[in-house]
Design a protein around this ligand. Sequence first.
Ligand code: F3S
Length: 283
Amino acid sequence: MNVTVASSAGFCFGVNKAVNTVYEQIEKSRLPVYTLGPIIHNAIVVKDLAEKGVKVINSEEELEDIKEGTVIIRSHGVSKNMREKLNREGIVCVDATCPFVAKIHRIVEKDSSEGAVIIIVGDPDHPEVKGIKGWVNGPYHIINSPEEAKRLKFEPDEKITVVAQTTYNHQKFKEFVEIFKQMAYNIKVCSTVCSATEERQSEALEIAQKVDAMIVIGDRHSSNSRKLYDICKNRCKRTYFIETIVDLKTQPFQSVSDVGITAGASTPKNIIEEVQNYVRNEF
Ligand code: F3S
């Protein structure tokens, strides 16, 4: 059995920073520690933090009820409005927004203030996209398919700025860029798919085309993990999406000699190692 583990599998630097920030705040703060939404899409990490007393704020109403403590903004970032709501007495706000996401906030805020229409390529329901749209001062569109891109119509002299969700499928974003080029409007395209995502997706693709079976480890709520699964499934029919080793034990793995393993940005290292050891020793 040959096992290839992607070197880019697991926590990216933004997620690592956000998770470490929470553990640091648990040590530092004598008051309650909160995260705005679960810090990452990983049930095991979130459970560990809950056991250490970290509470998850799930709505603006819940935030309003908090009188004191530290509130941590996760790597996905938040809207400008939410950021301002956190500047109030009794609350210490610790911002763990990934710098790649913060850069998109600055682009859309500046360009929309100068009159550009903003196009966000991404999943409208994803917290990162909801945060980005909250920095736009003016009209914007969120699109998630080439068909939606083709349906957009603008005035000939209108300025347009295009950004992408950081974890968007890099190849798919290139298709959007081609469509926008053909539109021949006054379009500025900012390739904001982050380098960690790009590297993870390219490596997954490379491994998936060489192996008999591919394992993608990630939380089912993690959009970057699901995108990795789609990318691998496209090249390797026997691609399995698992959250932990428990799911792996129920999968049929007969007559496989080459297995590839990758994992989403919110998958902890110990889960990847556990899966890797299991595949090496048990198959
Ligand atoms: Fe940041 Fe990219 Fe990770 S945007 S949070 S480094 S996936």
